[in-house]
Structures are given as C-alpha cells and as structure tokens.
Design a protein. Structure first.
Length: 161
C-alpha cells in the first residue's frame, strides 16, 4: 500500500511538458514559424506560416525564396489554447534539430521554429501521422503541421463569413 503512494507521488512530481509551457496569460510564450517546402526542377516552392504570441498570423507562398503574402488574421483565445496544447502534446521543444532522410532529388522539408527551437524534417513526401506510433518524430511533425494549417484554415473560413 505504501509503495503505491510513493509511485503515485513520483508520477505526479515528474516533469511534464504542459500547454502552460507554451501559453502564458493567453499568449504564446514564443512566436511560431512553420515552413513547408518542396524541391523541384524550378527550385523550391511552398508555404510559410507565422504566428505571433498574441495570435496574429500570416501565411505566404514561397517560390525560390520570394515570399508572396496570401492571408492573415488573428487566432482567438481558444485557438491559441488549442495551439499551445498541440505544441505541448507533440513536444515541439524536444524535436530533433534535423531528422529524416535526404532523398536523391526533390526533397520535401518542414521546418518548425518556436522561439530558439528549430527543427527540420526532410523526406521525399510530406509526413503523415502514424496512428500506430503517434510519438514518432515524423508523426509529431505531421500533427503540428496539420494542426496549424487546420487552425488557420478555420480562421480563414470565419473571416469569409
């Protein structure tokens, strides 16, 4: 009986990454930038999404380092909370700086920057969430990328109404 109390106390005192590490007073603790690029014969194309701590966001299309503004808006308090929970669940601060396998040609990259943390995944195709292994690096990149795009997509729909 005593050992179970000690075990429970150890679990409760273990350091956990929480949404609080990413959100303070309703604001993100750091800016978030997510860049998705696909290499090809014409160079690199893709998108970049930037979210400031207050929830102000922009998206731009990229073509050979030239940025063209596409959309902007501001996340609600609930959306900022959802984003912080997404970053915490996928432990963005613990993603490796570089991961994946460089393909022979036409690499697909996703780079996530949160404050001073910068992590890049490279591969032949966009990553997918693996339901059997959601804690894998590729699954975590995919979940963050899809989650951010989903939040901004919802925001764009709301603005259109």
């Amino acid at each position: 009986m005593r050992t179970s109390y000690v075990f429970i106390a150890l679990i409760l005192s273990a350091p956990l990454v929480q949404a609080d590490d990413y959100l303070k007073d309703g604001k993100l603790t750091q800016p978030l930038k997510l860049t998705q690029l696909q290499g090809g014969f014409a160079g690199f194309t893709g998108y970049e999404y930037t979210i400031e701590p207050d929830g102000t966001w922009t998206s731009v299309s990229l073509f050979n380092k030239k940025a063209t503004p596409k959309a902007n808006g501001k996340l609600t308090a609930k959306q900022r909370e959802a984003l912080a929970a997404l970053l915490a669940k996928n432990e963005v601060a613990k993603l490796p700086a570089k991961s994946g396998t460089q393909p022979g040609a036409n690499p697909h990259t996703i780079t996530i920057e949160f404050g001073k943390t910068k992590a890049t995944l490279v591969g032949q195709t966009p990553p997918k969430v693996d339901a059997n292994n959601p804690a894998s690096v590729e699954s975590r990149f995919a979940a963050i990328y899809q989650g951010v795009k989903g939040l901004l997509k919802d925001e764009k729909k709301k603005d259109a109404q």
